[in-house]
Design a protein around this ligand. Sequence first.
Ligand code: ADP
Ligand code: MG
Ligand code: MG
Length: 210
Amino acid sequence: MPEVTAEGLERWLRRFADVVHDHAAELTELDSAIGDADHGSNMDRGMRAVVGALDDGAAGAADAMLKKAGMTLVSTVGGASGPLYGTFFLRVGGGLAGGQAVDAATLGRALRAGLEGVVARGKAEPGDKTMVDALVPALDAYDAAVAGGAGIAEALSAAADAAEEGCAATIPLVARKGRASYLGPRSAGHQDPGATSTALLLRSAADSLP
Ligand code: ADP
Ligand code: MG
Ligand code: MG
């Protein structure tokens, strides 16, 4: 059974940085409709800093690497997404004990710890039109796939599909958290930028792990 290694997680972070960079204009465009037009530049700046930290070397064990990525995001991204993504990676790292083999179930628990961190920090519920609307269905799909006997690659592929569906499903929603909530009903009809970057995060995982 293939397992996730520190090298695999580093591939994931680098892949997400590349994908965020390629989609930065689109993410900012989405944020210009219901926010302050900076989600793409925020995420791009943060993930470039994460790649810089990885390039500095000595990433070490999986948990330490993800925690470093999380702290880098918190300290380089001023917007809501910095602390939220930062907390996500910090908590995923916390779910991966140093050096221990990471199988499908362990990765699922770590990802869920990341979601719980996002919810603890941002207090968003499903349906509030945030990144949580991509993460929750993604992790539910991941767990269901693993419960059905799927390995990591297959479970992440199901998670990425569900994240993309969850992201598309934010379009009709009225935002109840974050800047978009200031618009009230006028936030409906637009896809949430953070749910969009989260779908990219899950697709990047599916494309680079295990
Ligand atoms: P800011 O709104 O500070 O400019 P960004 O534009 O980088 O930050 O990120 C906006 C995204 O952050 C939103 O699209 C939403 O998905 C997410 N977000 C905002 N507030 C919350 C929250 N309380 N909980 C979860 N996600 C949130
Ligand atoms: Mg913004
Ligand atoms: Mg902002």
